[in-house]
Design a protein around this ligand. Structure first.
Ligand SMILES: C[S@@+](CC[C@H](N)C(=O)[O-])C[C@H]1O[C@@H](n2cnc3c(N)ncnc32)[C@H](O)[C@@H]1O
Length: 272
């Protein structure tokens, strides 16, 4: 539903160079950027998508932050998963409405938020984080983003390498330094047919994770891919690839939990 900007909400101002400025609107306050000043009162009550002008004549587009902008624009102590990978993880690990998802570690809560969105009100997410200060920061970030902690999200302080209480989970998402150490926990937590995902920045982590899945047995369909995002500059008649790209971030690794303690690795590359 279309609703005007309200006092207290966070918006994004986009300037002529495409830079994004996050601003929390407060009645009576003003925001200063290099191209001038903008009065918050000129934005409160206005419609999303409005173009406003600073006292120096610079034009700024005012919009609400998208999910990707919310994830990347926050202060953070750990490395969140990049937006380019988040969508692929949601589809690759098939995080569907109603799914019950186990995650470790929570970090900034970026992947947690994406999973909460994807499972919807009928699903649930349990997220383990071993560092209390990170768990508290993630909780604050999630409340800031959603307005409250969702009732279907459980944040747990704990070391996933030591094991988890959850069983019959549909999906397990791992983003931590040694995902192979979490394989026994993922195996115990997943229902047959469930999917385990691991985000691995280094190829040595991919190898160790997959070796461990094979040793543990009970997994199949081991797959990995990476995404390179090349933006394009679209300006009038000038259309060309951007100078910079978001290239390597991490390998996205997936496997399915089998019903029995065996291995199933097809020889062909298959289709993803
Ligand atoms: C790279 S960050 C995760 C970032 C997160 N996916 C995001 O999008 O913000 C890795 C996190 O895993 C946590 N961690 C590492 N080992 C863990 C373990 N054994 N159990 C639980 N959490 C762990 C770390 O403290 C850190 O916060």
């Amino acid at each position: 539903m279309s609703r005007p900007f309200a006092d207290g909400e966070v918006i994004v101002l986009v300037d002529k160079a495409g830079r994004r400025h996050r601003v929390r609107l407060r009645a009576g306050e003003r925001h200063s950027i290099h191209s001038g000043l903008i009065q918050h009162d000129d934005l409160i009550g206005r419609s999303e998508g409005v173009v406003v002008t600073t006292q120096m004549g610079a034009r700024l587009l005012a919009v609400r932050p998208t999910f990707a902008e919310q994830i990347t624009g926050r202060r953070r102590q750990t490395q969140p998963i990049y937006p380019k990978d988040l969508g692929a993880i949601m589809v690759g690990a098939d995080i569907y409405p109603g799914a019950h998802v186990l995650e470790a570690g929570t970090g900034t809560g970026g992947l947690t938020l994406a999973a909460v969105r994807a499972v919807g009100p009928d699903g649930s997410v349990v997220s383990y984080e071993m560092r209390e200060e990170f768990l508290e920061a993630a909780k604050r970030g999630i409340v800031e983003t959603l307005g409250a902690l969702p009732t279907n999200l459980t944040l747990k302080l704990g070391d996933v390498y030591e094991g988890v209480e959850e069983r019959e989970m549909d999906r397990v998402l791992l983003d931590l330094a040694e995902p192979w150490q979490a394989v026994p926990a993922a195996k115990a937590a997943l229902r047959p047919g469930g999917i385990v995902f691991a985000h691995c920045p280094n190829v040595s982590q991919v190898q160790r994770f997959f070796d461990c899945l094979r040793e543990e047995r009970g997994f199949g369909m081991l797959e990995a891919f990476e995404l390179l995002q090349r933006g394009w500059t679209v300006r009038g008649r000038s259309m060309r690839p951007s100078h910079r790209m978001v290239a390597h971030t991490g390998f996205l690794c997936f496997a399915r939990r089998l019903a029995e303690d065996e291995l199933f690795e097809p020889e062909g590359e298959g289709f993803r």
